[in-house]
Ligand binder design. Structure first.
Ligand code: HEM
Length: 485
């Protein structure tokens, strides 16, 4: 009897193990799967070898000569898509609109899957629509937003003027400026300086510490009990607590009507009063969190890369300055000036191609079985979208590894917006903050260059190699800002 029980048990375990290492029919090619870990080991070692998860996966896709890479990370099926046709398909088809329901994501959303960025289905549709509509109603994405950005530009210029006797790290001023513009629409005011500084430090540490799939914390959530620091658990909980405090304070001041004007929190609270089920304070908090996390570092990193390119290439800086001073003189830049500043606009597009801020977009969760490039992908699979590789595809871009703003200018000297660029994604989950990001980048870049020449200091040329975590960032650098006479 005992032997029979043991034999049955062993057979069940063996059956289970065989099932976990067997790939589904017509699943995309990729590394071999091992019990419990899938191919996490290979992915981790490729990430280490190539410096980022995006590059590591890209090398694996080349090794298997595939445009759809099939993986299993722990118990999670993951595919990574490459090539414009597949990428457009995933961005736009409704079955790819889901978001994974993983431990890492619930943790990021203050415990439950809520907000916009990581929810899906009816909750996501209702709240994304509500947020986009109400932000627009209070001027987000409209002409008035340019004035808010110009005010931040003026703060940035004040900061540079006060500190330009020493080298400046652009990170010490840009992310806070973006956050202030976002927060003005969300909560009608600026975030207190000390609080903002601490928040930005945590956000920065977070984006360096995690890969898009959430790393060990996602694949083995129990590791947080043994390695709270190493797994990043302490970092995320500290960040959640800080951001929650900022948002809670704002909600309280809005409930007592002590903030003047109209803003997103007021719109949301008034919707809560009309007793709509999904309009809760927790949901409001998570949407505020989404906007702050998704908007601040992405936008400021583009600018930090843009200034870095200038520090490394003075001839290019001269060319840009000549265009700006000829077309604008001392006029404060506005978003409408982009058509006059063709070379500058082409330069900023090239920065966004060459240093793709979100090289692996997603993650998406497949809501139904689907076919990509002839492979069968089961429902619930996590899908990552390699926008970074598309931005370097030699079939689309001449000399993709060269930095060439000219690729965005046509034979008649007009700006050629490339339809092959997807820095903000595409389809119904496309970035809702692109209008703020684009105007902020343009206005601040032109406004700073108009007044300062940016040079490397102490004979040290900063590295042009990005650090790629959740998003791409330049290696920390400082530069001299020399006033133009
Ligand atoms: C250069 C700056 C930015 C870049 C490169 C960027 C990039 C992206 C990308 C690629 C996505 C789509 C992800 C997907 O398809 O799954 C996205 C989504 C999102 N972005 Fe941005 N973004 C930027 C700035 C902003 C700003 C300024 C805000 C807000 C004020 C913002 C808020 C969001 C939100 C809330 C989502 C989630 C949308 C959804 O899931 O429905 N982003 N962003």
């Amino acid at each position: 009897m005992f032997i029979t029980v043991i034999t049955v048990l062993l057979l069940v375990i063996a059956g289970y193990i065989i099932k976990t290492v067997t790939k589904p029919r017509k699943f995309p090619p990729g590394p071999k799967w091992y019990p419990f870990l899938g191919c996490s080991g290979v992915v981790q070692s490729m990430t280490k070898k190539h410096g980022s998860q995006w590059k590591g996966l890209s090398e694996l896709a080349k090794e298997y000569s595939t445009q759809v890479l099939g993986l299993k990370l722990g118990s999670e099926l993951v595919v990574v898509v490459y090539g414009e046709k597949n990428i457009r398909n995933v961005f736009t088809e409704p079955e790819f609109e889901g978001r994974p329901n993983s431990f890492f994501i619930r943790l990021r959303c203050l415990g439950k899957r809520m907000g916009i960025t990581f929810s899906d289905g009816p909750l996501w549709r209702e709240h994304r629509q509500f947020t986009v509509k109400h932000l627009r109603n209070i001027g987000f994405g409209k002409t008035g937003m340019g004035e808010d950005i110009q005010r931040e530009l003026s703060n940035i210029l004040d900061y540079v003027e006060k500190n330009n006797d020493r080298a400046i790290n652009p990170k010490s001023v840009l992310p806070a400026a973006v956050m202030n513009v976002i927060w003005k629409y969300v909560a009608g005011e600026r975030i207190k300086d000390e609080r903002l500084k601490f928040l930005l430090e945590l956000l920065n540490a977070r984006s360096k510490a995690f890969s898009i799939a959430g790393g060990w914390l996602n694949q083995a959530p129990w590791c947080r009990f043994f390695f709270p620091e190493l797994s990043g658990y302490s970092l995320i909980t500290k960040m959640n607590q800080q951001i929650s405090e900022v948002i809670e304070e704002a909600i309280i001041t809005h409930k007592t009507n002590t903030v003047p004007g109209n803003d997103f929190i007021y719109s949301f609270l008034s919707e809560m009063d009309s007793n709509k089920n999904s309009f809760t304070e927790e949901q409001l908090k998570t949407i505020c969190l989404d906007l702050l996390i998704a908007g601040s570092q992405t936008t400021s990193n583009v600018l930090e890369f843009a200034f870095l390119v200038l520090v490394r290439n003075q001839a290019l800086q001269d060319k840009l300055y000549r265009e700006i001073s000829k077309e604008l003189g001392n006029e404060t830049p506005s978003w409408n000036d982009r058509t006059r500043l063709t070379y500058t606009s082409a330069f900023l597009l090239e920065v966004q191609r060459y240093y793709t801020i979100v090289p692996l977009a997603g993650p998406r969760r497949l809501l139904d079985d689907a076919v990509i490039d002839g492979y069968l992908i089961p429902k619930e699979t996590t899908v990552l979208i390699s926008v970074g590789d598309l931005h370097f595809d030699p079939e689309i871009w001449d000399d993709p590894h060269e930095f060439k703003p000219e690729r965005f200018i046509d034979e008649c000297g007009a700006l050629k917006n490339s339809e092959h660029m997807y820095p903000f994604g595409l389809g119904r989950r496309r970035c809702p903050g692109d209008s703020l990001a684009k105007s902020f980048i343009f206005i601040v870049f032109v406004g700073v260059l108009q007044k300062y020449r940016i040079e490397h200091c102490n004979g040290v040329l900063p590295s042009g190699e990005p650090i790629i975590g959740l998003i791409s960032a330049p290696r920390p650098y400082v530069a001299d800002f020399i006033p133009r006479s």
